[in-house]
Design a binder for this molecule. Sequence first.
Ligand code: IMP
Ligand code: MG
Length: 334
Amino acid sequence: MLADIVVDLQYGDCGKGKITHHLCKSGDYTHVLRYNGGCNAGHTIYHEGRKFVTHHIPAGVFFGIKSIIGSGCVVNPVQFFAEIEELEAAGIKTQGLVFIANNAHVITADHLAEDGGDTKIGTTKQGNGPAYRDKYARTGLQAKDIPSFQPYLIDLYEEFHNTNASPRILCEGAQGFGLDIDHGDYPYVTSSHCTTAGALLNAIPPAWIRDVWGVGKIYETYVGQKNFEPDEDIFKTIRDIGEEYGATTGRPRQCNWMDLNLVTRALNINGVNKVVFNKVDVLRETDTWRLISDGKVLEFDSENDIKSFLTNTLAGDHSDSDREFFFSDNKNGI
Ligand code: IMP
Ligand code: MG
């Protein structure tokens, strides 16, 4: 039995889908589990030269691995079936591979209508907040209450604990640390748990954890109502080169330099032992290597300088296993 967990170190959109897709290629996993969020997430995946954006269905489906929408998630039935159709139409087999935890919660038309207007924090308007509110108010609907979901339902306890098989589970998070309901910049957060702890809420015992992959970007982006991007032209350039527009809503993502303090907190609270920084090629094109530490902008002379600074500074002095670092360009493997 083992579980590897993929978490986002910043505000989402750091490339978790790409890392999950890459890890699936190892053939090491029996299950891929989406453990939080709803269709607010957009996971962009390049599979065999084609681009896919999934919202609910985990990346395991591209490799014929059982793909589960976990109990920490909220599911919009209309979006779920649209995704099934889209994948099937593209020749990706979903039958007998895609499952929904029977105790996942449902995003209803009322949730969508409520979240659809202009919200104070700038949500994705996918009904996420109202669905989680009703879950905790004990007035929500669970997946098992929805007739059309019946063929897809799975009991996580039976699947992971009460069979003879030893599951090897890749847990794929949605959103990111800065959007986490507890550790994020409240109230500019999503309504679910985007950390390693959120994965454990899906019938995963802590002792099963092997690797925690922390995925970040070499700069930072955020989508929502708070003022995030400094008024400097370089960030517009970064947005264009990095194609920083929301996968779900198409909104321009606000850009800034990586906040080292945020990433440090995310690494430590999530217990990350494998760190990936994506989109290094975007800063390479601007030939500007900066990050923010304790509110001050630090400038580096070269790509190598910033990489060795990050590797040394973020190595961590209180983790019992060594942190490994990977740097990756846009659209390439790690
Ligand atoms: P909600 O999750 O739709 O309620 O939105 C809450 C906040 O999280 C807003 O600032 C959204 O833009 C942000 N958010 C939600 N999902 C994602 C995502 O997948 N990527 C980036 N930001 C997200
Ligand atoms: Mg995304």
